[in-house]
Design a protein around this ligand. Structure first.
Ligand code: GTP
Ligand code: MG
Ligand code: ZN
Ligand code: ZN
Length: 382
């Protein structure tokens, strides 16, 4: 029986159990009035954001002879109006239609403290909705209103508006936070047929320290267990050693890898089938030559020559820095891993602000292009 994974609470939901939310009264229609949604309030930790028209279970599809699978619409049992707003029956977050039809791959992003996660998220999403999105012909849609508001308030406005660096992310232990959830959809034409494929970007902007503590939240554990791919961000400065061993990138990656294994019952000795993109951040601060210094040559595909050259160059850097252990570890644990170098800012910041040249992202999309290729959403070319 088909089922989907809720990108908010990561519950497995059989398609025929996807719930609906009443459309309410747009204009002066006859729909249900908003009321407190307890499940959503518990999830978001904010009752104010959870005053919405009611959620109801799907009508019994079997009894109506509608067969199995997801229903696209249902009539609200209270007001009789039809609604197409589908929600998770557990946490009541919205499940976009495109996600219910073709459940996307969940991509998780992790990194140690100060590795550049928040900045990368801010810039990657910006690039995906502008330059890269146009190049790939993808659309990026936020799956809920909180994602839109939080992206604007916590990421876009400070960095792109005020040109200030983002503050260190508060620990989820003190400030619970739900993920930013986006659906990245791409239409592929294959033999005269069009096919929409989507990737669900579930971005927890985790504070680095949450990944080192033993009490990683339950939600994070489920996040990692549900992830179909993972992006690790690594600050090159931390690799050269000397820092806190707990924040050592290899230790962070090893802890997350153990969680990935536990979440999907892959025993030690068998490689994890989850593609892992490991990206050095802040490469604008490194003296660079070779492939990393050039641009990708081929647009709208995965440039395979470029991919191999960058992978090898980053691998060589790791060995230069006496961090070859990281490469060996990844090769041992993952069936498929790629090494990357990215710069979200494109220049070294000064006094808490973006450098004078502005934000000039560099190769931030590379990990994502590689993952799209892994999932059959982007062709490769030489
Ligand atoms: N040179 C350079 N520095 C960067 C770049 N991105 C981030 N930084 C620096 O790294 C610092 C940390 O970046 P954040 O994005 O806040 O890192 P984080 O991983 O979210 O950190 P926590 O929330 O504390 O875990 C920033 O304040 C910048 O000084 C980049 O692309 N280039
Ligand atoms: Mg942060
Ligand atoms: Zn849910
Ligand atoms: Zn209703």
């Amino acid at each position: 029986m088909p089922s989907i994974t809720c990108p908010y609470c990561f519950a497995r939901v059989p398609a025929e159990r996807i719930a609906f939310r009443c459309a309410g009264s747009p204009g002066r229609g006859p729909g249900c009035a908003p009321r407190l949604d307890t499940e959503l309030a518990v999830y978001t930790g904010s009752p104010a954001a959870a005053s919405l028209p009611p959620v109801f279970d799907p009508p019994d599809g079997g009894r109506l002879g509608m067969g199995r699978g997801a229903q696209r619409r249902a009539a609200c049992p209270e007001c009789g109006q039809n609604t197409a707003r589908r929600v998770c029956p557990e946490c009541h977050n919205p499940l976009p239609g495109a996600y219910c039809e073709t459940p996307g791959k969940i991509v998780a992003l992790v990194g140690a403290k100060n590795s550049g996660k928040s900045t990368y998220i801010a810039v990657l999403l910006h690039e995906l909705s502008h330059r890269i999105g146009a190049e790939l012909g993808t659309s990026l849609v936020a799956c809920d209103d909180r994602t839109i508001e939080r992206y604007k308030r916590d990421f876009h406005r400070p960095l792109f508006g005020d040109r200030r660096l983002l503050p260190a992310t508060a620990s989820a232990v003190t400030t619970p936070r739900d993920p930013l959830v986006y659906l990245l959809t791409r239409t592929r034409r294959r033999r005269m047929r069009q096919q929409d494929m989507s990737l669900t970007l579930v971005l927890f902007d985790t504070a680095g320290e949450d990944l080192r503590s033993r009490d990683v939240t339950d939600l994070h554990l489920r996040y990692l267990a549900a992830a179909d791919a993972i992006i690790f961000l690594v600050d090159p400065l931390e690799l050269t050693g000397g820092g806190d061993p707990d924040g050592d990138p290899i230790n962070v990656i090893a802890r997350v890898t153990d969680l990935l294994r536990a979440g999907r019952d892959v025993p030690h000795g068998r490689k994890l089938p989850v593609p892992a993109a490991v990206a050095l951040t802040k490469i604008d601060a490194l003296p660079l030559d070779g492939a990393l210094q050039q641009n990708r040559a081929l647009p709208a595909v995965l440039d395979l020559n470029d991919r191999e050259a960058v992978h090898e160059q980053v691998r060589a850097l790791l060995y230069d820095w006496q961090a070859g252990e990281l490469d060996r570890y990844l090769g041992h644990e993952y069936a498929d891993y790629g090494l990357f170098g990215v710069s979200a800012l494109g220049g070294v910041p000064r006094d808490g602000a973006v450098g004078t040249g502005g934000i000039r992202p560099y190769r931030v999309e590379d990990p994502l292009l590689w993952l799209l290729h892994q999932f059959g959403m982007l062709s490769g070319a030489r």
